[in-house]
Design a protein around this ligand. Structure first.
Ligand code: NDP
Ligand code: MG
Ligand code: MG
Length: 340
């Protein structure tokens, strides 16, 4: 089994003497900046003028343009949307990096797929929390943490690994577990996971279940509760105690249904498709498509997004959630709504 590191395994000193620029103050950015500051680190926030800038200032940070933050800092964590990183990097980050500085990422995409090629004389590492930014913040405030992967792409000072570990500790991840990876492994597993399981797989499964029931004439409200609303309860059980805990909690009838029918939905054919998805991630085919889609101003992304938001499961869901105000949670940390 791989070695998972915790608080006791990590030295803080190597990062304590440094100034950290957190570039971006969105989902991850606000969580990293606040958690690092409360862990005793010296943080400057790099941003363009706008909504995030205002929020970071309200939170009491020294907020300056990206180029100035990079100039001031020894360690630069890039928490911009992946698709905007290349431009900001070339214009405002790269020219201000000094030999012996470190540049860091929360996802390996741009470095692994060579959209960002860091200079030879800086450390390059990643600390990738395995959870959304608002949870990185909320669990930290509650005394816990979200686990992180860390990885070193380039080590010129001899300290890159220790810096990455101290950073992970600073955002609270050492309370939950910190695990070593490479940029390649983090990028490929993250893209595969979100496409096949967490996002693409899950939303498609929910929609297919809902459509099967409504096509057969059942009420959309009933189908919504069955296929979407209840999902959270099951996922919470899984998070707390694995599949065993789900099966312990559900009825024996549900468990028998799980055993006999689950594999009729997700079968060898599904797994063959998953392998195709993984191959497209590994070959760079997926990355190329996404980079080109952004260069073309996202015609397909926007068309699909509009259609998805009008799906009957969304329409009935909006109405039902209005009547359950307690389930509604603001999308904390997601300020740049125009991208959503
Ligand atoms: P968000 O979209 O939530 O936030 C982006 C931030 O960048 C905003 O503060 C935005 O400010 C700022 N920004 C955007 N464009 C520019 C620009 N041109 N110049 C200066 N600032 C800009 O990003 P995420 O937190 O979701 O993602 C950041 C990184 O974290 C990515 O690499 C992602 O892969 C990674 N990651 C994200 C996770 C998540 O849960 N979201 C999970 C794990 C990793 P403004 O208000 O001005 O637009
Ligand atoms: Mg991801
Ligand atoms: Mg049931």
């Amino acid at each position: 089994m791989s070695k998972v590191l915790y608080e006791k395994d990590i030295q803080k000193e190597v990062l304590q003497a440094k100034k950290i620029a957190v570039v971006g103050y969105g989902s991850q950015g606000h969580a990293h900046a606040l958690n690092l500051r409360e862990s005793g680190y010296d943080v400057v926030v790099g941003l363009r003028p706008g909504k995030s800038q205002q929020k970071a200032e309200e939170d009491g940070f020294d907020v300056v343009p990206v180029a100035e933050a990079v100039t001031k800092a020894d360690v630069v964590m890039v928490l911009l949307p992946d698709e905007h990183q290349t431009v900001v990097y070339e214009e405002s980050i790269k020219p201000h990096l000094e030999p012996g500085n470190a540049i860091a990422f929360a996802h390996g995409f741009n470095v692994h797929f060579s959209q960002i090629v860091p200079p030879r004389d800086v450390d390059v590492f990643l600390v990738a929390p395995k959870g959304p930014g608002h949870l990185v913040r909320r669990t930290f405030e509650d005394g816990g943490g979200v686990p992180s992967l860390y990885g070193v792409f380039q080590d010129v000072t001899g300290n890159a690994k220790e810096l990455a570990l101290a950073y992970a500790q600073g955002i609270g991840s050492a309370r939950a577990g910190v695990l070593e990876t490479s940029f390649q492994e983090e990028t490929e597993t993250d893209l595969f996971g979100e496409q096949a399981v967490l996002c693409g797989g899950l939303t498609s499964l929910v929609k297919a279940g809902f459509e099967t029931l409504t096509d057969a004439g059942y009420q959309p409200e009933v189908a919504y509760f069955e296929c979407l609303h209840e999902m959270k309860l099951i996922v919470d059980l899984m998070y707390e105690g694995g599949l065993e805990n789900v099966r312990y909690s559900i009825s024996d009838t549900a468990q028998w249904g799980d055993f006999v029918s689950g594999k009729r939905v997700v079968n060898d054919e599904t797994k063959a498709r998953m392998k195709e998805i993984l191959r497209d991630v590994q070959s760079g085919e997926f990355a190329k498509g996404w980079i080109l889609e952004n260069q073309a101003n996202r015609p397909q992304f926007n068309a699909i997004n509009a259609k998805e938001n009008n799906h009957p499961i969304e329409q009935v869901g909006r109405e039902l959630r209005e009547l359950m105000p307690f389930v509604k949670q603001p999308l904390q940390g997601k300020q740049n709504d125009e991208q959503k």
